[in-house]
Design a protein around this ligand. Sequence first.
Ligand code: XBP
Ligand code: MG
Length: 253
Amino acid sequence: MGKLQALIFDVDGTLANTERDGHRVAFNRAFARAGLNWDWSVLLYGELLAIAGGKERIRFFIDEYRPDFEHPTDLDQFIADLHATKTRYYQQLVAEGCIPLRRGVKRLLKEAREQEMRLAIATTAALPNVTALLDHTLGSDSQSWFEVIAAGDIVPAKKPAPDIYHYVLEAMDLDPRDCLVFEDSHHGLLASSQAGLKTVVTVNTYTRYQNFSGALLVLNHLGEPDQPFTVLAGNAGDRSYLDMALASHLHGK
Ligand code: XBP
Ligand code: MG
């Protein structure tokens, strides 16, 4: 195994806690706008997160929770339109600053860039949502920090399928053994592990009790020098925040 060459980040739940106060709220606004009396509570949304991808999640909800819903003639188009409205609402929320980055993310990205580490993004979410989040949290040039931003429908099978990670590895001509992934969910970990990638997990309230066996390290967040992380599984030695030294150490294990 060679030196660590690239960090690959998931977005939702990993870079920022986007789901509860971002995507969920945007879905509900889109439903209201379309005159639908659907409301995804915090609790229900936790169940719906079992389905990756916004369009797929809406379809699943209709099938499983609204069996009596009278399908429009073109259900695919109906869902696509609803999702496009949701994307606009989500971008508004991001622009209003409702969704900050998670602890330690900005610091780690800065250090990685200083070390000329190659960076990429691998997410299930739609590309405009990712770029909006990057623009509003890291600045308008931050898209260029990432050699590849692999998002949404760019691959046919979303996480937990490994396809999005295969896409990134191929686009960057990287061996999976030379990378480190950051994920927040069981689905994400399944996707990265199946692509042969070593993974650090930072949990959030939706994913806290999921199964993360196979992860190198499971943390409550990446930590900061004055705000230590809690190790939930794995061994971080005497470290209290995840920096490039710890990333390289974990990768070399
Ligand atoms: C993210 C998702 C996405 C977002 C919604 O999963 O599941 O579906 O909830 O995004 P991951 P879109 O973090 O594992 O990539 O509505 O843009 O699809
Ligand atoms: Mg995620």
